[in-house]
Design a protein around this ligand. Structure first.
Ligand SMILES: [Zn+2]
Length: 131
């Protein structure tokens, strides 16, 4: 496990999924950046089952990471953008940055043949983003 603090400006992205072992409620969690390593195998903290991520899955997760990095690089722009939602009696403006980071992202990818929900937890690279 890499315990080094991420470099400034680097996105922190944790990803987790529920262990696929029957009767196990363990949450397998890892850093999205670790996925790039070919030998990377996340391990369930409860039943110690290890998961081999195939090339396709690693590719998807890696592209997800790149997407997050791109979003991080656009934080200053996104910080000034908002989604406008019309409601009774007026309009609500929701900053993009809030949408991107405060809501949990869920993606469903296959581990082997099993569709698995991955939860993505992203932190802003700078706490200044949210004022
Ligand atoms: Zn498990």
């Amino acid at each position: 496990m890499n315990s080094e603090a991420p470099a400034a400006g680097q996105a922190k992205a944790r990803i987790d999924f529920r262990c696929l072992s029957e009767g196990c409620n363990g949450i397998v969690e890892f850093d999205l950046r670790e996925v790039a390593g070919k030998d990377f195998q996340p391990v369930c903290p409860v039943c110690r089952r290890s998961y081999v991520l195939d090339a396709e899955l690693r590719d998807k997760l890696e592209r997800m990471m790149k997407l997050i990095v791109a979003l991080r690089n656009s934080e200053d722009i996104l910080g000034d953008s908002a989604v406008s939602i019309n409601v009774a009696g007026g309009e609500v403006r929701v900053p993009y940055a809030l949408l991107l980071t405060r809501l949990n992202t869920l993606i469903t990818l296959n581990i082997g043949d099993t569709p698995t929900d991955f939860h993505l937890w992203v932190e802003p690279s700078s706490p200044e983003t949210f004022r």
